[in-house]
Design a protein. Structure first.
Length: 414
């Protein structure tokens, strides 16, 4: 088996795996690649690890380590992450207009979002590379995940957030874990440019999804989903799209699982953006001829990104899976969120884009009602409580502190 390496998705140039770089000399994005030798027996090994008590076997990332990048087991940074719930909810199936629908809830990760999968891989790589200061730009979830995993690894963390545009819950998490917060007077894309510049100058190690090790961690969402389904691939997988790290990771995970013989068909990928932050959707409508950044604004703050840095990797993912891109309004997102919340699952607004997008794609006859669908929920319901308090019909009533008054209210509401 040849050496695992970093490869450019644009020109195909390769670099040593542990060379500290974020992009190719041609400025193309990098990804971790392995030899295409047979990995047919790995699903059986992954199943055995579910019974292990070792923390890296229980991790929903490191359980799949042979498909990621080589390191000794004692090098892994883990909490453990993954092992998130796979739910079938009949009421939501009917709401979306399909016959077969399940949800993979990545909000059940340690810091409350899917970011933990990629972050444990990126922080593990940082330790291998010997760096001590980590940084990210964030709309909130990346920052709280970085803060948690940097603390776990004993490394310094700096996070760059768009001032006044991050929910209180995500900000509190980031501060609680000990990261240093810099509130940038601009949007996420401004913060991202700052972090990229600092990383190129060697001041910090960037752990945003430009980092190829982040993609390696996040692709395990798909592999664990397939394991939940006994390695039977669905027809469709839907995921919210912001900076497009998940879209990129999902496409890579699907392609590898198919090439390595783990699945017999490739599910189609659907990336769902908020209409107010939809540069990828607009590019898709033009045949991906170009990407035109936009000033992003949406209630779904986790995907409020106008210039996604993973564009080229995400295009590859959509094309290789015969996928589609859609955009939904904030009203559609919040209606889907209310349905998910009322089901008992709960999610932050960005997560609900997957269900809102499914409903739209079914209505447009792009997804057929009889097809088998999995929707990804990316963040916990407590990630953005402001959106709940401002947008939903809350069942909270002021009552006098006596039984008669309370029973009168109960009679009225029953």
């Amino acid at each position: 088996m040849s050496e695992t390496k970093l490869s450019c998705v644009a020109c195909g140039a390769s670099y040593p795996l542990w060379e500290l770089r974020y992009s190719c000399s041609c400025e193309g994005l990098l990804e971790v690649t392995q030899a295409s030798s047979s990995k047919l027996g790995l699903p059986e090994l992954f199943e055995k690890r579910l019974m292990s008590r070792k923390v890296w076997d229980r991790s929903g990332v490191w359980r799949f380590r042979e498909g990621l990048f080589p390191l000794s087991e004692t090098s892994y940074v883990s909490m453990p992450e993954g092992q998130t719930g796979y739910y079938e909810v009949p009421g939501l199936t009917r709401w979306a207009g399909v016959e077969h629908l399940a949800f993979k809830h990545e909000g059940e990760n340690p810091s409350g979002s899917f970011k933990d999968r990629g972050m444990c891989a990126a922080v593990t790589a940082a330790k291998k590379l010997g760096v001590t200061t980590l940084a990210c730009a964030s709309t909130g979830n990346t920052s709280s995940s970085l803060a948690a995993y940097a603390a776990r690894a004993g490394l310094k963390a700096f996070v760059f957030l768009p001032a006044g545009k991050v929910s209180a819950g995500k900000m509190a998490q980031t501060l609680a874990y000990g990261a240093k917060v810099l509130a940038v007077k601009g949007d996420f894309d401004d913060a991202m440019q700052i972090v990229r510049s600092l990383a190129q100058a060697g001041r910090v190690y960037m752990v945003n999804s430009l980092n190829p090790f982040r993609i390696e961690g996040q692709k395990t969402i798909i592999w664990e989903l397939l394991q939940d389904r006994n390695w039977e691939a669905p027809d469709w997988i839907l995921v919210p799209g912001g900076n497009l790290g998940n879209t990129s990771a999902f496409g890579k995970a699907i392609e590898e699982a198919y090439q390595w013989g783990w699945i017999q068909k490739k599910p189609r990928l659907a990336t769902i953006q908020a209409m107010g932050a939809s540069p990828f959707f607009r590019s898709y409508e033009r045949g991906f001829q170009s990407l035109e950044p936009m000033q992003a604004e949406t209630v779904a703050t986790a995907i409020r990104i106008g210039h996604p840095v993973n564009f080229t990797r995400a295009v590859k993912a959509i094309e290789k899976t015969r996928g589609v891109v859609a955009a939904v309004s904030d009203a559609e997102i919040m209606a889907a969120k209310a349905a998910i919340d009322r089901s008992g699952l709960g999610c932050e607004p960005a997560s609900a884009a997957s269900l809102a997008g499914l409903k739209q794609l079914v209505a447009a006859s792009i997804i057929r009602p009889e097809e088998d669908v999995v929707a990804i929920l990316t963040g916990h319901v407590l990630k953005d409580t402001d959106a709940i308090m401002q947008s939903q019909d809350l069942s909270c009533y002021d009552v006098d502190a006596d039984r008669a008054s309370i029973e009168a209210v109960l009679d009225r509401l029953s």
